[in-house]
Design a binder for this molecule. Structure first.
Ligand code: UGA
Length: 427
């Protein structure tokens, strides 16, 4: 099939590359000239394992353009993969989605519009209304939310737990199902509103699971229980499952914080305040602040202290800094009068934020640790496993190591003289 993908961001590129690998001819359209030029030159404007290879392997079936008309020429299905960032009120800003809808004008072969962007429930119905009034009522409409996680997006797209297709007409559901031929997963066909809700509900439940274990961790710290032992045994109950039970410094990224706030705003607008989700959001906001307080207590104050943050991205295997807990940690440590260094192998630091100019970024962990009183592991990059911790210890003026992800071997670190702190474990 011939497919147009609107948006060459993270989701658009993964969708485009994966659909091309399934044999479809794909035109990816973006409005940023530099991005399109890079892609035409075979470069990928973001870091995602496997994506560059997949784009290269399928370049015969992939085209990149700035021109909406080119993306629609001969196209049977148009995918909307633009971002829906949070507005000041917490609602999703849908302006980019509406811009794409407005561009659909003359596309004689177009059979369906498929929205992958995460949108509030009811958006599909509104879009269908606009299509109707603009003479495009014959177009099919589907909601096809994505469940890909950064760092493993290609695998998640091609080997998902399920494919969700929300469509009101059987013909559209069939068309979108056919596009996924070659993917071995259950296809759940439902109404548009339900499909929109599945995405928000799944992310909110995952965020809740993480927040729940973070709360258990806080109680473990006070009672002598060990959250690793607790999470492992709790997760063996197949009704609960082992995933998303890693305590840490709070969830971040472009999805959980945004989607949970959007669902809360949407629920409230619908007349049902989502109290549980409000608590999850509040607890998650507190999580990195609590870590700073614990460090302050351990160091006997933070003024004049030097602290290195190890790992800055919101999780490993991405360069994405959106809503990363490291940002809150850095800002608060700086506000408390600390000097802060930061190590990360990949982070794309936002240059407009005041904290980024005040954190000295280093190429190695050893450099970041130089003369520091404490290290905080914020993101569990695999590189941290190969660090010569004895060398690092000797470069520091203190010896506190706060493992905010519970990933390092603290017996070994203790033997090198480190005073270890962790999340949800006695120290
Ligand atoms: C998340 C979902 O996992 C995807 O299914 C979804 O498609 C995606 O959002 C989206 O809506 O687009 P992502 O944000 O890329 O994917 O990353 P995750 O791996 O889910 O991690 C999110 C945050 O939770 C990270 O900060 C991570 O460190 C944290 N986390 C995750 C924990 O603190 N503990 C865990 O056990 C798991």
């Amino acid at each position: 099939m011939r497919v147009g993908v609107f948006g060459a961001g993270y989701i658009g590129l993964v969708t485009g590359a994966c659909l091309a690998s399934l044999g479809h001819r794909v035109v990816v359209r973006d409005i940023v000239p530099a991005r399109v030029e890079m892609l035409r030159a075979g470069q990928v404007p973001l870091y995602e394992p496997g994506l560059e290879d997949l784009l290269r392997q399928n370049r015969d079936r992939l085209t990149f353009t700035l021109d909406a008309a080119e993306a629609l020429e001969g196209t049977e299905v148009a995918f909307v993969c633009v971002d829906t960032p949070p507005s000041a009120s917490g609602d999703a800003d849908l302006s980019r989605v509406w811009s794409v809808v407005a561009e659909l004008g003359s596309a004689p072969e177009l059979k369906a519009l498929v929205v992958k962007s995460t949108v509030p429930v009811g958006t599909g119905e509104q879009i269908r209304g606009v299509l109707e009034t603009s003479g495009l009522g014959h177009l099919g409409y589907a909601s096809n939310p994505e469940f890909t996680a950064e760092g493993r997006a290609v695998r998640d797209f091609l080997r998902p737990d399920r494919v969700v297709i929300g469509a009101e007409e059987t013909e559209t559901a069939r068309l979108v199902t056919a596009l996924h031929e070659g993917i071995d997963a259950p296809v759940e066909v439902m109404g548009v509103a339900s499909a929109e809700m599945v995405k928000l509900a799944a992310n909110a439940l995952l965020a809740t699971k993480i927040t729940f274990i973070n709360e258990i961790a806080a109680v473990c710290e006070r009672t002598g229980a060990d959250v690793l032992e607790v999470a492992r045994a709790v997760g063996l109950d197949h009704r609960l499952g082992p995933h998303f039970l890693n305590a840490g410094l709070g969830y971040g990224g472009s999805c959980f914080p945004k989607d949970s706030r959007a669902l809360r705003a949407m629920a409230s607008n619908s007349g049902h305040p989502f109290q549980l989700l409000s608590a999850v959001i509040e607890v998650n906001d507190l999580q990195p602040r609590r870590a700073v307080q614990r460090l302050k207590d351990r160091l006997g104050g933070l003024r004049g202290r030097r602290v290195a943050l190890l790992g800055l991205t919101f999780k490993p295997d991405t360069d994405d800094m959106r809503e990363a807990p490291s940002e809150v940690l850095a800002a608060r440590l700086l506000a408390e009068g600390c000097e802060v260094t930061g190590w990360d192998p990949m982070a794309r630091l936002p240059d407009r934020e005041p904290w980024t100019t005040r954190v000295r970024r280093t190429k190695t962990v050893a450099e970041a640790a130089e003369d520091c009183d404490a290290l905080v592991v914020v993101t569990e990059w695999a590189e941290l496993r190969d660090v010569d911790w004895s060398d690092v210890a000797h470069r520091m003026r203190g010896r506190v190591l706060f493992d905010g992800r519970n990933t390092l071997d603290r017996e070994e670190l203790a033997s090198q003289g480190f005073v270890c702190m962790a999340v949800g474990r006695a120290t």
